[in-house]
Write a protein that binds this ligand. Structure first.
Ligand code: TYD
Length: 206
């Protein structure tokens, strides 16, 4: 049984997850909560190695192998970092989780979404977030933001706009199916406005 709070941030590349996670961390720090900021892929030492493969391998990785690599990163991350933190009572603020696999490997790579989800549920022994923030942004706007900040794209970012459109649709479908867990935020708004909306949503859960 966990006593902490597990919050995940989801959205396309360039939707502003990192900015929001940092603003939330500062706020929660100020309230005196232990905050664990982490991410997938790459929240552990093993995960950093897996991240290097999935994001920077030169050449193809088959869709099922890609799904398994993300699930392997997730299994180790949950077992060694996320669960222990929740058991201590910490607030875990995490960039990306199972919904990323359902959106990117399911809708993006066109694998069966239920199978992709089931794989991650097995990997994590069914650890579900208490709240998921979906930063929703039109992929064209997101691409413009990325262009301004990147010198090179990773394997997923480099996918065609059609891929990113499917990812967005998949995220919105997840949010529609689980409205009690997923809060959808218009990521085109100013960062501070989004942060205020999120604080109001999270405060009652603390
Ligand atoms: P991210 O760390 O958000 O990228 P960056 O640090 O460059 O902003 O995510 C890395 C990429 O991995 C991102 O394009 C989404 C992808 N991804 C998946 O395809 N499936 C997954 O399960 C996860 C966690 C991420």
């Amino acid at each position: 049984m966990s006593r902490g709070l597990f919050i995940t941030l989801e959205g396309g590349d360039g939707s502003g997850k990192t900015t929001q996670a940092e603003l939330l961390r500062d706020w929660l720090d100020g309230l005196g909560r232990e905050v664990v900021r982490t991410r997938e892929p790459g929240g552990t030492e093993v995960g950093v190695e897996v991240r290097e493969i999935v994001l920077h391998h030169r050449g193809d990785i088959s869709p099922r192998a890609e799904a398994l690599l993300y699930a392997a990163d997730r299994a180790h991350h949950v077992a060694t970092l996320v669960r222990p933190a929740l058991e201590r009572g910490a607030v875990v603020l995490q960039d990306r989780y199972i919904d990323s696999s359902v959106a990117y490997q399911g809708a993006g790579r066109v694998l069966d979404s239920r199978e992709v989800r089931a794989l991650s549920e097995w990997a994590t022994e069914d650890l579900a977030p208490d709240l998921t923030v979906l930063l929703d942004l039109d992929p064209e706007t997101a691409r413009g933001r990325l262009d301004a900040s990147r010198t090179r794209y990773d394997r997923l970012e480099a996918e065609a706009s059609e891929f990113h459109r499917r990812v967005r649709e998949a995220y919105l479908a997840i949010a529609a199916a689980e409205p009690e867990r997923v809060v959808v935020v218009d990521a085109a708004q100013p960062a501070e406005q989004i942060a205020a909306e999120l604080r109001a949503r999270i405060e009652p859960l603390l």
